[in-house]
Design a protein around this ligand. Structure first.
Ligand SMILES: CC(C)(COP(=O)(O)OP(=O)(O)OC[C@H]1O[C@@H](n2cnc3c(N)ncnc32)[C@H](O)[C@@H]1OP(=O)(O)O)[C@@H](O)C(=O)NCCC(=O)NCCS
Length: 235
């Protein structure tokens, strides 16, 4: 198990974290980061809120284009990507922009989750409370795993995926990059799900899914194929 200690010492210096986004996701992350002793949130960046505004007792530091300059000026040590699941492509682009400027993206693992010591976790992943991630799981970069999710042994999850709360993924399954799994969805073992797939809340996936589809229901069936270039569903 990764040893992630709860550290409430006020004297020890904690990494200064700026959050990208200032909506509910950011609001939720501030106490998680600070109460687990994993950092101190110095403010937020958001293109849609005026710089200087105070939200959740923190300041809006500016639009996203200001992140590299303020980082270079030493105002924070890393960022946390709090762009939500409705904007998975944007969430990915935020991560890639940060990497282009060599800005560290915080990996946050809630100490109440169990992560087997053989698990590999990429940069910028967020694993919230009460998750179990079993042996040999490989998580790419910039993945979100919601509370109470269970990821069984040997699962591979591609970068930029968003795994909602209370999701179960059985052993040896593979999920492609930028895929979204809705709340309480289940994937049985040895399933391959493509990239940019959306799995609806409560779905049970029992067969492989190609890239760019929406699958819903029990058992899950394909409802849409996505054409990302014009953002329309194609028959
Ligand atoms: C799948 C989802 C993302 C919607 O995606 P979308 O591309 O906008 O899909 P639409 O709303 O256009 O729905 C397409 C069809 O699928 C159906 N559908 C959507 N979600 C469904 C679900 N979870 N279960 C069953 N059917 C569902 C719709 O009724 C619609 O059916 P129709 O074509 O017969 O009318 C959303 O319904 C969902 O399940 N969200 C999960 C939310 C969640 O997990 N939140 C927690 C994040 S922390």
């Amino acid at each position: 198990m990764k040893s992630i200690s709860k550290n409430n010492s006020k004297t020890k210096s904690r990494p200064r974290i700026a959050i990208i986004g200032s909506q509910f996701f950011a609001k939720q992350m501030i106490p998680y980061i600070e109460e687990t002793g994993q950092g101190q949130v110095v403010g937020m960046f958001d293109d849609f809120e005026p710089a200087g505004l105070i939200k959740y007792h923190r300041s809006l530091l500016g639009p996203l284009k200001d992140v590299p300059l303020l980082y270079k000026n030493g105002q924070f040590d890393s960022v946390l990507n709090a762009v939500g699941y409705a904007h998975i492509e944007f969430r990915k682009n935020v991560f890639l922009q940060m990497k282009k400027h060599d800005i560290p993206v915080t990996t946050f693992i809630h100490p109440d989750s169990y992560i087997d010591s053989t698990v590999t976790v990429g940069e910028g992943c967020i694993v919230l409370m009460n998750c179990t991630i079993c042996a040999n799981v490989r998580l790419g970069d910039n993945i979100y795993v919601g509370p109470k999710s269970y990821i069984a042994h040997d699962v591979v999850i591609g970068s930029h995926c968003y795994v909602g709360p209370v999701v179960s993924i059985a052993g040896c399954s593979e999920i492609g990059e930028s895929t979204f799994l809705g709340i309480t969805s289940t994937v049985i073992d040895r399933i391959k799900i493509g990239k940019h797939v959306k799995i609806g809340a409560g779905a049970v996936v029992i067969q492989d899914l190609a890239d760019y589809v929406l699958a819903v229901g029990v058992p899950a069936s394909i409802k849409k194929n996505f054409n990302l270039t014009n953002k329309k569903a194609v028959p």
